[in-house]
Ligand binder design. Structure first.
Ligand SMILES: NC(=O)C1=CN([C@@H]2O[C@H](COP(=O)(O)OP(=O)(O)OC[C@H]3O[C@@H](n4cnc5c(N)ncnc54)[C@H](OP(=O)(O)O)[C@@H]3O)[C@@H](O)[C@H]2O)C=CC1
Ligand SMILES: O=C(O)CCC(=O)C(=O)O
Length: 429
């Protein structure tokens, strides 16, 4: 057993499924499988640095409001800390700490030279104007100025943020240090050194992993019935690419509810509708309204949760009918639900593999920026696909070799590489 990490975690009710506890359980299982030294496990279970800042902001109406912002740097053993920034009302230090740890294993699994980090602000971005969000983002960046940098810690978009926030972060950092530093963030607009293909990258990566899993069953994307929870950056890209590949997307959702069509949704039309409708799919014509709980249990071949953690739990796992669950979101399946799905032979494509396309193209963006040479989208997609397919096959091979499920296989690869590097570097003094 690992000692409880010394984090200043918020109190939580007993019913709360703590993402950090879940992440530590997966780490522990991988450490057991790898017969890792207890001291190495202790080091890996503690984030290296935890920063919490107050973000005071004057709103457009003159009122002052103070938000809590976090950045958790889990590990820099393989390279600079890397991971997204989330703006969501449910952001907590527990959540950010879990997501930071996942980033460490994800980067190691994909073979990219980064450690893991995550940041977040507890805020509902839909409630604030663009200028308020800009002030919040700039203040958050200023508070973190000593903790981030192109060879230290490189933020990127996550839920509730996009290229726009990355441009504000890049500008604030650059003004503070006195010269332009595009490499301080990835997922930037192309105009300031962003990479072609980054916006679609996470959804594209998920599509690639689903395609490979189907190919292993002698099937293709053409004609498979897919349900996607979450229709934001990741969900839209996955839906568009799967739709183009001939899959039938029978249901998608946003936070207010979902839409369902047995004949398959016209995804370009749904995307156009959502962009006119405050990003919500609710009310889309030519489809049946469905709530988010029922959407998850629809009969389908592939279920892609692309929103929040803890969506498939002990409560609903027995109603899940999909045989393939691709975790485009981070942590959408709880530990207990994962166990139940694996026990009945469902294929759970774990988050640290299925949603790694985003950080892979972030890495390609960083490499392009450092070398001052920018690639066309075809090259970016090709390089990303190579790393994704390679990681998929490594996970399958590890699973067969050790006779373990895919998630544990992915974890043993990611954790094992970090543990090896830690040992080779010499344990932290
Ligand atoms: N962006 C990236 O590159 C990466 C993202 N991820 C993960 O993918 C997931 C989604 O991120 P991203 O697409 O960027 O986020 P976005 O903010 O772009 O989109 C999130 C989507 O999820 C919906 N949503 C929120 N809450 C719920 C809910 N309770 N039920 C159903 N839908 C809901 C939102 O609806 P609404 O607009 O109505 O709130 C929105 O459609 C997250 O887990 C993130 O960590 C992983 C790797 C990289
Ligand atoms: O692109 C990145 O650096 C990080 C993406 C991210 O936050 C994630 O993979 O969860």
């Amino acid at each position: 057993m690992i000692a409880t990490p010394t984090l200043p975690l918020e109190p939580a009710s007993p019913a709360y499924i703590c993402p950090f506890d879940q992440a530590c359980s997966y780490l522990e299982a991988a450490a057991k499988e790898l017969k890792l030294d207890q001291g190495v496990l202790e080091i890996l279970s503690h984030p290296r640095k935890v920063v919490t800042v107050s973000i005071p902001v004057k709103l457009d109406n003159g009122e002052i409001r103070v938000f809590a912002g976090h950045r958790v740097q889990h590990s820099d053993i393989l390279g600079p800390y890397k991971g997204g920034i989330r703006y969501h009302p449910a952001v907590t230090l527990r959540e950010v700490s879990a997501l930071a740890m996942l980033m460490t294993w994800k980067c190691a699994l994909l073979g990219i030279p980064y450690g893991g980090a995550k940041g977040g602000i507890a805020i509902d971005p839909k409630q604030y104007s663009a200028s308020e969000l800009e002030r919040i983002t700039r203040r958050y960046t200023s508070e973190l100025i000593k903790d981030i940098g192109p060879s230290v810690d490189i933020p990127a978009p996550d839920m509730g943020t996009s290229a726009r926030e990355m441009a504000w972060m890049m500008d604030t950092y650059s003004v503070n240090v006195g010269h332009a530093v595009p490499g301080v963030v990835t997922g930037k607009p192309i105009s300031v050194g962003g990479s072609r293909g980054r916006e679609m990258a996470t959804g594209r990566g998920a599509m690639i992993i689903v395609r490979e899993a189907l190919a292993d069953q002698g099937r293709s994307l053409d004609g498979v019935r897919v349900v996607i929870q979450g229709f934001g950056n990741v969900g839209i890209a996955a839906a568009e690419l799967l739709h183009q590949a001939g899959s039938k997307i029978i249901a998608v959702s946003t936070s207010g509810g979902g839409i369902y069509s047995e004949a398959g949704l016209d995804i370009p039309a749904v995307k156009a509708y959502a962009s006119r409708n405050h990003r919500s799919v609710v009310g889309f014509p030519d489809a049946i309204a469905i709530n988010n709980a029922d959407l998850l249990t629809l009969p389908c071949d592939v279920l892609i949760p692309a929103a929040l953690e803890n969506q498939i739990t002990e409560e609903n796992v027995n109603q899940i009918k999909a045989q393939i669950i691709a975790e485009a979101a981070n942590g959408p399946v709880t530990l207990e639900a994962n166990r139940a799905l694996e026990a009945r032979g469902a294929i759970v494509l774990p988050d640290i593999l299925a949603n790694a396309g985003g950080v892979v193209v972030s890495y390609l963006e960083w490499v392009q920026g450092l070398s001052y040479v920018f690639w066309d989208e075809e090259r970016v997609n090709r390089e990303m696909e190579h790393l994704m397919v390679q990681a998929y096959h490594q996970v399958i091979q590890q699973s067969k070799l050790r006779q373990i499920p895919l998630r544990l296989a992915a974890y043993t690869l990611g954790v094992g590489r970090v543990a090896q590097a830690l040992t080779d570097r010499g344990l932290y003094p």
